[in-house]
Each structure stands twice: as C-alpha cells, then as structure tokens.
Design a protein around this ligand. Structure first.
Ligand code: FE2
Length: 119
C-alpha cells in the first residue's frame, strides 16, 4: 500500500499523488497518475482491511472497476489468494459487449495484480 515506486512499472500508471490514511487495522490509499496504455488519468481508492481483504475502486476514461483481493496464510511462507474484478457498464453497452469488456477488465486486473509478485 505504501510502495509508491512499484505503481508505474507494475500497474502502468506512474504515481503522481499518493495518500495513505491509517484507521486502526485499515489502510485507505488514494493515488493516481497517467495511465499510458489508455492515454488517460487513473484514479484509485483502495481499502486494505487486515487481515487480508482489499477492495479497490479504479477509474479511468469512462471506466469504473472494483477489484477484490483476499488472502490467507496456509502455511509458513505460503498464502492462498482470491481475486475478482467487477466493471460497471458505464457506456450502456449491449449486454454481450459489456460482458466481454468485463472479462477483458478482469484479465487485465489479474495480470496487473500478478505483476506484484514479480517484484
Ligand atoms: Fe500493486
């Protein structure tokens, strides 16, 4: 949540602003930057609630996506992780097109999350 330097290389938008707010066992991160791939500003608000639940609202162009990540340790040094992303049909696309876009968004979010493990 505080590793500002990984946001550009792994998430595609070098951070132009970042704020972490600590509320007991919760961290709320607000950050954003220019998303090179989409040539648009990216804004995210992410909540991490210990232990192991992350919710993130991500906005760029007319897209709004919610990302959910949960993890739990299963043994020393090994965690099990669940990941999902929901995309709003902000463009009032026909259902089939909206579902396809949501699948692409899910795959992109998962790819970006997976890049975190390469650090
Ligand atoms: Fe990350």
């Amino acid at each position: 949540m505080a590793d500002v330097h990984h946001l550009g290389p792994t998430h595609g938008a070098p951070c132009e602003y970042l704020e972490n707010e600590l509320q007991g066992h919760r961290v709320i991160q607000r950050q954003g930057g220019f998303f090179d791939y989409y040539q648009a500003d990216l804004k995210t608000v992410t909540w991490y609630t210990g232990p192991g639940i992350l919710l993130s609202k991500q906005q760029y162009l007319d897209q709004v996506r919610y990302e959910f990540i949960a993890n739990t340790p299963v043994e020393d040094g090994i965690s099990r992780v669940w990941h999902a992303a929901l995309s709003l049909n902000t463009g009032n696309l026909p259902e089939a097109e909206a579902r396809e876009r949501a699948h692409v968004e899910q795959a992109g979010a998962l790819e970006t999350f997976a890049a975190d493990f390469e650090i």
